[in-house]
Design a protein. Structure first.
Length: 255
């Protein structure tokens, strides 16, 4: 076993090498970094390595493509912290993500008496920390610089409900009121999951005893999936242009 291979009990794939990835909402991998790679700095802006990984991906992408602009980053609670959000704001990048309990102000809490649907928020400059009582016994914590202040929006969501006529549970659409930052987070945060899903369909990975083969297969799968995403996006725009000009449209190949 390679010294940098990690024991991963919470993923189906099992043990492996940890890779940080920055993806767009269509599953295109914009940049990635291997955790044990010694070439990237571990203390960018005085932050811990986990937060520095995000800044490394952003800074490296901007160095390679000076004209490239991306304004929003969505991430889970592993990366969310006030220090990282402030560092991204200095780079004109806005952030939204779930927040762990030990990373919010200690005196900012929801009480047991707060009913379902209660929303509390505090502001620190352009940063908003939000607490939402989603249901009894469940608290959602988020940090955002995108939605300021946080407002409630009405959405429709599928929920399982017992259908007496059919005698089993079935999904039904129900109206819900949720904070807008939560709605945006649920819409855009799964870009890395989409990239993983695309690679899993027709992966080139094979069982091997050489550890560096894993990285070769990963890079090859990523390049193929990126090419496929760009291919689909090109023909979506091209067909839109042809439709506006009353030209014959082309059906691109599907994944």
């Amino acid at each position: 076993m390679h010294k940098s291979k990690e024991r991963i009990t919470y993923k189906k794939a099992g043990d492996g090498f940890l890779v940080y990835a920055l993806c767009d909402n269509k599953g295109d991998v914009l940049n990635f970094a291997v955790k044990f790679d010694p070439t990237w700095r571990r203390n960018i802006d005085g932050l811990l390595p986990t937060y520095s990984a995000v800044l490394h991906l952003v800074d490296e992408l901007r160095e390679r493509f000076p004209g490239y602009k991306f304004g929003f980053i969505y991430a889970d609670n592993l990366y969310s912290s006030i220090g990282l959000v402030e560092a991204l704001l200095r780079r004109d990048i806005y952030y939204a993500g779930t927040l762990r309990r030990n990373r919010k102000p200690k005196d900012f809490e929801l009480t047991k008496d707060d009913p379902v649907g209660t929303v509390k928020q505090i502001h620190k400059g352009d940063i908003t920390i939000m607490l939402w009582r989603a249901k009894k016994g469940k608290e959602v914590r988020m940090i955002t610089t995108i939605n300021r202040p946080v407002k409630n929006v009405n959405i429709q969501r599928r929920k399982p409900a017992f259908d007496a006529s059919k005698g089993h549970y079935a999904y039904q659409w129900v109206n819900m009121t949720v904070p807008d930052c939560t709605d945006n987070y649920n819409t855009y945060m799964n870009a890395v999951d989409i990239a993983d899903q695309l690679r899993s369909y027709y992966t080139t990975r094979r069982r091997t005893f050489k550890w560096w083969h894993r990285f070769f297969f990963f890079v090859l799968d990523t390049a193929l999936c990126n090419a496929h995403v760009c291919y689909k996006e090109y023909w979506e725009r091209e067909n839109e242009r042809r439709a506006n000009n009353n030209e014959e449209q082309f059906t691109p190949l599907r994944h």
